[in-house]
Design a protein around this ligand. Structure first.
Ligand SMILES: Nc1ncnc2c1ncn2[C@@H]1O[C@H](COP(=O)(O)OP(=O)(O)OP(=O)(O)O)[C@@H](O)[C@H]1O
Ligand SMILES: [Mg+2]
Length: 262
């Protein structure tokens, strides 16, 4: 299965009734088992692109489709947001089970899958804990387990670690690398964080300042599991530098910009 984003444009209407172009001519093919990071300055339309892909928004023009799927098959997608959106009244176990219940997965398989993903994200022993009893990192793990447990054709993640402190974030990044190597779910991952993108992605899509256009696509050709090894430090720093050089001007401008849609 491939995700094909074909010449997408998206305009919003602001409060004054003016049309605000947010995404312009976005074309991208995401291959099966590929991890794509989308990086760009604040307000350039990253979340909008993810929401369009999830079908939560309609494009103004262009088309998003899946190729290589059997006729009539509706690909499954999961989305992880910055805030996990766990149900506070459900335990970790029941939160992870939620997506499987919605899909009517038989009881035995449900139990086995919930346990598998709780274990994979390192929450074994916390099955009966409630979200308020967990740290931010643990809540995010539960959210990721919930998203992965349905074994989606496409995993969408919108800055899932940005609310975490720096150390937890680094740990979660490393764990996501390990987890992803085990699951190899086709993933579209939005982040502000260049270093995070370089550690996680096969390809990094750079978006320009609003209206977001693809300004460059960078292939990180160092095996994911080896990216933190000393022999690759220079190569990894090189990617980080290239990306920063590419987007710093836009990022500064976005920072200074008075949002004209307000
Ligand atoms: N429903 C909406 N109606 C009107 N304008 C919107 C709507 N959703 C987003 N926008 C505007 O579209 C632009 C892009 O928003 P989006 O949330 O996609 O950016 P982003 O790249 O995810 O930003 P950030 O990095 O801050 O999360 C912003 O200017 C935002 O104000
Ligand atoms: Mg966003």
């Amino acid at each position: 299965m491939q995700l094909v984003i074909d010449n997408i444009c998206k305009d919003f209407t602001n409060r004054k009734g003016q049309s605000l172009p947010v995404l312009e001519n976005i074309s991208l093919t995401v291959r099966e088992q590929e991890f794509i990071a989308i990086v760009g300055p604040s307000g350039c339309g990253k979340s909008t692109l993810l929401n369009l892909t999830a079908g939560l928004l309609e494009p103004s023009s262009g088309k998003i489709s899946f190729t290589d799927v059997r006729p009539g098959y509706q690909p499954h997608m999961s989305i992880v947001f910055q805030e996990t959106g766990l149900f506070p009244w459900r335990s970790v176990y029941d939160n992870v089970a939620f997506g499987l219940e919605a899909k009517n997965v038989p009881a035995d398989e449900k139990k086995q899958r919930v346990q598998k993903y709780i274990e994979l994200v390192g929450l074994k022993g916390f099955e009966s804990a409630y979200p308020h009893q967990l740290s931010g990192g643990m809540r995010q793990r539960a959210g990721i387990a919930r998203a992965m447990s349905i074994e989606p054709d496409l995993l969408l993640m919108d800055e899932p670690f940005s609310a975490l402190d720096a150390q937890t974030r680094t740990i979660m990044q490393e764990e996501l690398v390990t987890l992803w190597e085990k699951t190899r779910l086709t993933t579209l991952y939005v982040t502000h964080n260049i270093q995070e993108a370089v550690m996680l992605a096969d390809r990094i899509v750079l978006l320009s300042r609003r209206p977001g256009r693809i300004s460059q696509i960078i292939t990180v050709d160092v095996p994911r599991a080896e990216r933190s090894l000393p022999q690759h430090t220079e190569a990894i720093a090189g990617f980080t530098r290239t990306i920063w050089e590419h987007i710093s001007k836009d990022a500064r401008a976005a920072l200074m910009e008075v949002e004209n849609n307000e």
